[in-house]
Design a binder for this molecule. Sequence first.
Ligand code: M6R
Length: 610
Amino acid sequence: MCGIVGYVGNKNCVPILINGLKRLEYRGYDSAGIGIVNHNSITIVKNKGKVSFLEEKVDKLDLESEIGLGHTRWATHGIPNELNAHPHANEDQTIFLIHNGIIENYQVLKKGLQSFGYEFKSETDSEVLVHLIDSFTKRGHDITKSVQLSLHEVEGTYGLAVISSKEPDKIIAARKGSPLVVGIGDNENFIASDVSAIISYTKQIVYLEDGEIAVIKKNEFTAKTAFDNEIEKEIHEISMTLDEIDRGGYAHFMLKEIMEQPESLRNSIRGRIIDEDGRAILGGLRDVVDKLADSKRIILAACGTSWHAGLVGEYMFEQFCRIPTEVEYASEFRYRNPVIEKEDTVFFISQSGETADTLAALKEAKIKGALVLGICNVVGSSIARETQAGVYTHAGPEIGVASTKAFTTQLTVLALISLLIARKKNLSKVDGQQIASELKLIPEKVEEILKLNLQIEKIAEEFKDASNFLYLGRGYNFPVALEGALKLKEISYIHAEGYPAAEMKHGPIALIDENMPVVFIAPKDSTYDKIVSNIQEVKARGGRIIAIITEEDEQLNKLVDYAIRIPSTIRMLMPILTVIPLQLLAYHIAVKKGLNVDQPRNLAKSVTVE
Ligand code: M6R
């Protein structure tokens, strides 16, 4: 949830830390801070609010140092303020640290430390760590050993970086449950919770695993287990460029990412279809495909938008693979002791690959012996590495908090997996070919829909002051209704609900009057007549209707107040198209309300705490 960056080398680390924090801000942004060492004394500067506020403060101080740490915080324990911001230091001001994650036994540890006279300045769980480490240095251990011994006493999760002014040549980093990477440079090394923080300096990356502790000096990097065994770490060359991360001329990352969808969908499909056979090939599933196709049951577990993708996946798997499929909120899955058999396959769907609830559910499914697979966007992420096999979505970096291209590429991968399994089971070559050729046409159909941007912006102007919205869809488009409502809620702060359209008469219809905009996802499919009736019912009660309809549909075009006409495809792929206008509608409403689209209040891009 929070962001970590650290530097040791020959350069002044202050601008490097500030730049890194700016790149990490999307992970958490209620406060930020840096800590550096100069002439064996430490300086810590912290600020509530955005990194730009911290930058202003730091600029006035004219700081310089060759070693330091930076942190952006998203509060879990203690309100966002300067005292609770990281780094946290010991009483003697000789050790400071930054921490992502949650120390679950911090109350017990805090009591113990207080009984030895330690005083706490913040309300955070993280501060306990710095005093604990201090207590071991006071017993004669060096900083590395003190961190190691402290972590033996800690229950919970951490991505941790520590510096001691008494050993100012090194950063000690440790990981358990929160991502941490080491960047290898020339006469300089880096740490970060996310490669985007350090990519402008190095592309040589080492991924730390849970339970590992690293000692990072300017010319040296070593990694050990918690029990002191040295580990040989592989250096990965990463291919992500800064251009990929930057906004690319758009006003917001969200708009850039919506507009990038034709390209990300092409990347997601590329090399994965054999047209003449009507088959999919997914290298990541090669070794498990037989077991997957023989699964007695498939479970799709995820959170938020990825969970909505799972709901669409359920329709696909049941229709084409004829395998009973269930969709689970990852957060609930872990705690209700789910019945999982060895013949089950559990897919974990996650853009970031770092969502704590999804990761915890994954561990639970693994213990119970299911085949555990991943659908992730971020290459090398924790979920991608913890699963037995999986498929990358190849959406490219998604920075805007509201997930857009991650969703449509997840749907694409789910369609490819359905095709893969279905062709192994009983789907005919002809039917396989139809899915394959429709999939290939999707990117250009998305391009067509994106041309409706101006029309959708005008609709947003009409509706920007509404206080509530209802989204309704049937079948494959019911999850799209949920996703459209989530998009609107999270960035425009307008209350919105998604429902299966047929459920309207069981309750939500009571809400409908002239102040209730209703968004229908109503492409021409087998439920079309039914949804036309639902639209009539809303009209009869004065509701204002926006409808996503297929191009040739003159009936609904005349009936509804605002029709957004999009190209058509086969039912299973329709959600990839119908969701695009809903992303644009939410985006434009939020912009017109003057809101921070990329960093909506109270949210973080990657929810790495439970
Ligand atoms: O990275 P993940 O896909 O695991 O994230 C899951 C949710 O936190 C995420 O989809 C969230 O709901 C988005 N902000 C929605 O736009």
